[in-house]
Design a protein around this ligand. Structure first.
Ligand code: KG4
Ligand code: ZN
Length: 337
């Protein structure tokens, strides 16, 4: 079964084709340049750009896979959570395609895509595993027992880790998106110059909080303009605090659940220091860490096509038009039906 996947939940337009043998072709377009001048994603601009890009990208993906539209067997599209205007573009087009060609269609939860992304790697983890989902909108520790079987063990009570990276990057005068820029700056900073608080590490449980850490950086730079070297030190101090918090809570979750496999998912999973520290800490505990390659960590449609494939081959079908939801709690998901 060949499934066309579409992802337009935020500021990436993505299309992929997934078949039994794996990802047959995939395209991603990031709207960074469009939003940069505004310092963040402008929802209406995002939606308008998805409208402009989506059809040519579907054509390019099918061409790259050498697969005509007539040979597609099903359609999967992210229908939430995300920016509603952006989600509606993908959902409406996916629904129209399915309607016109008489194909089965499923709406996919964006985070289910991220949670299953490691399955696209040659060394895929077996179920059950623990996933650390760290993106611009979410920071969660999730127990994954199978497709559609997700239990949130802990999550951020305020800012998501990626959001904290982005806000702190803005504060340090870095461009948008801030996460990769801040990580690059931190690579040149000294680890011992600033020690920022490690939020909620002293408390039991698996929840996170990052807004206080961001405030600590604001307080540190108040009333002065840090020079380049100082900004690198601040970036390093911030990154170390976020990374240590994520590592300690992930290990605590492994401890509590007894799970032996840890998957890193979401855009912040592209952070090299986080990867390195988690690998060291997990190895010391005898657990294996699985990282999807960076292109599968950030938003993409391969993960959506894969999740859709799992559900469609099990016989799941969603009514047209596909319903887009800005908010959609992960624990509402069920195994394919
Ligand atoms: O999963 P994603 O592509 O989009 C969603 O939020 O769903 O994640 C984007 C987030 C942004 O906040 C971005 O700044 C962050 O991931 N990010 C990083 C790095 N690369 C992307 N944060 C820290 N270090 C990175 N290398
Ligand atoms: Zn995402």
């Amino acid at each position: 079964m060949k499934v066309l996947g579409i992802e337009t939940s935020c500021d990436e337009t993505a299309v992929a084709l997934y078949g039994e043998g794996g990802v047959l072709a995939a395209e991603v377009f990031s709207q960074f340049d469009l939003h940069r001048a505004w310092g963040g994603v402008v929802p209406e601009l995002a939606a308008r750009d998805h409208v402009k890009r989506l059809l040519p990208m579907i054509r390019a993906t099918l061409e790259a896979a050498g697969c005509p539209l007539e040979a597609v067997d099903g359609v999967a599209c992210t229908t939430g959570p995300g920016l509603i205007g952006a989600l509606l573009v993908g959902s409406a087009l996916a629904g129209a395609l399915a309607f016109a060609r008489g194909l089965p269609a499923v709406g996919i939860h964006h985070l289910e895509g991220h949670l299953l992304a490691p399955m696209l790697e040659p060394e895929a983890p077996a179920f059950p595993y623990l996933a650390l989902l760290v993106s611009g909108g979410h920071t969660q520790l999730v127990r994954v027992d199978g497709v559609g079987c997700y239990r949130i063990l802990g999550e951020s009570l305020d800012d998501a880790a990626g959001e904290a990276f982005d806000k702190t990057a803005k504060l340090l005068g870095l461009g948008y998106p801030g996460g990769p820029a801040l990580a690059a700056l931190a690579a040149r900073g000294r680890p011992d110059r600033y020690r920022f608080p490690r939020p909620m590490l002293d408390r039991p449980g698996l929840d996170f909080s990052f807004s206080g850490l961001k405030t600590a950086v604001v307080t540190e730079v108040r009333g002065r303009v840090p020079d380049e070297a100082d900004r690198a030190d601040l970036a390093r101090g911030f990154e170390d605090a976020v990374v240590e918090t994520l590592v300690v809570k992930s290990l605590r979750a492994l401890e509590i659940t007894g799970l032996q496999r840890l998957v890193i998912a979401g855009g912040v999973g592209a952070n090299q220091r986080l990867r390195q520290r988690l690998a060291e800490a997990s190895a010391a505990r005898g657990a294996s860490v699985y990282y999807p390659r960076p292109g599968l960590c950030t938003d993409n449609a391969a993960m959506i096509a894969y999740a859709g494939h799992c559900r469609l081959v099990a016989g799941e079908r969603h009514a047209l038009p596909l319903e887009a939801r800005a908010r959609w709690p992960l624990d509402e998901l069920r195994p394919p039906s």
